[in-house]
Design a protein around this ligand. Structure first.
Ligand code: B12
Length: 204
C-alpha cells in the first residue's frame, strides 16, 4: 500500500484498497500504516529534493484513488445512528490539501456528527455563512501549509466575533499543534480518530 502511493500508481493503490476491504482487516490502522505512511514518505522525498511536483501530484492521485474505495467501507465500519452535533468542515483559503481533512470528515460523520464538508480553499465568509445556515456547533478547519495557518487564526477570530463562545472551532493539519490552537482559543486534534474524541468533548 505504502509503495503504490510512493510510486504514484493509482491503479495499484485502488486494487490494494479493494483487497484490504475484502480481507476484513481493521481498516483505519491499516490505512494509517499503509496509504497514509506512503503519502507522508512522498512528502519526505519532496523535502529531500528527490521528488518534484509531478511525483507529488501522482502520489496524491494514488492516495485519493485508494481513499475513494476505502471511504464508504470506513464510514460503514464506524457507523452510529445518533446525531451528536453539527460541524462545518473545510480546508482554509489558499490551501488545496484535502486528503487528511476528508478522512476527518468521514470519521466524524461515521461517528454520528452531521458534517458539512465545504472542500478545500474555503474562504472565511463561506465558513461563516454555512455555520449560520445550519446553526453549527463546531467549525472545523484544516491547514497543511505554514502560510495558511494564519488563515486559521483569522477564522477563529471571525467565528468569535460573529458567534461568541457558543460556536467552537476545531483545528488540525500537519503543521498545527495543540499549543497553536490553544493560543488562539480553539481546540485541536492530531488525527481523524482524535478529532472524533475532541468533537465529542466540545459537545459536552
Ligand atoms: C499530498 C500533498 C500535496 C497534494 C495535495 C492533494 C490533495 N488533494 O490534498 C498536492 C500535490 C496538490 C500538493 C500541493 C502543494 N504542496 Co503539498 N503535500 C502533500 C503531502 C505529501 C501529503 C499531505 C497529506 O495528504 N497527508 C496525509 C494526510 C492523511 O495527513 P494530514 O493531511 O496531515 O491529515 C491528518 C492530520 O493532520 C489531521 N488533520 C488534517 N486536517 C484536519 C482538520 C481538522 C479539523 C482536524 C481536527 C484534524 C485534521 O487528521 C488527518 C488524518 O489523520 C504533504 C507532506 C506531509 N507530510 O504532510 C505535502 C506538503 C503539505 N505540501 C507542501 C507544499 C510546499 C506544497 C505546494 C506549495 C507545492 C508547490 N510548490 O506547488 C503545493 C501547495 C498547493 C496549495 N495551494 O495548497 C509542503 C508544505 C510545507 C510548509 N511548511 O508549508 C509539505 C509539508 C511537503 C514538504 N515536506 O515540503 N501537496
Amino acid at each position: 500500500m505504502c509503495n503504490a502511493v510512493i510510486e504514484g500508481n493509482a491503479d495499484g493503490a485502488r486494487a490494494l484498497a479493494e483487497a484490504l476491504i475484502a480481507s476484513e482487516a481493521e481498516l483505519l490502522p491499516a490505512v494509517e500504516r499503509g496509504f497514509v505512511a506512503g503519502i507522508r514518505r512522498v512528502g519526505e522525498l519532496w523535502d529531500e529534493g528527490e521528488y518534484f511536483l509531478p511525483e507529488l501530484v501522482q502520489g496524491a492521485e494514488a492516495m485519493k484513488a485508494a481513499m475513494d474505495v476505502i471511504r464508504p467501507a470506513l464510514a460503514a465500519a464506524h457507523q452510529t445512528q445518533s446525531t451528536r452535533g453539527r460541524i462545518v468542515l473545510g480546508t482554509v483559503e489558499g490551501d488545496l490539501h484535502d486528503i487528511g481533512k476528508s478522512l476527518v470528515g468521514v470519521l466524524l460523520s461515521a461517528n454520528g456528527f452531521e458534517v458539512h464538508d465545504l472542500g478545500a480553499s474555503v474562504s472565511i465568509d463561506r465558513f461563516l455563512a454555512k455555520a449560520e445556515e445550519i446553526d453549527a456547533d463546531i467549525v472545523a478547519a484544516s491547514a497543511l501549509l505554514t502560510t495558511t495557518m494564519e488563515e486559521q487564526a483569522r477564522l477563529v477570530d471571525a467565528v468569535r466575533r460573529t458567534a461568541g463562545r457558543t460556536r467552537r472551532v476545531l483545528l488540525g493539519g500537519a503543521p498545527t499543534s495543540r499549543v497553536w490552537a490553544e493560543k488562539l482559543g480553539a481546540a485541536h486534534a492530531e488525527n481523524a480518530l482524535h478529532a472524533v474524541e475532541v468533537a465529542a468533548e466540545l459537545m459536552r
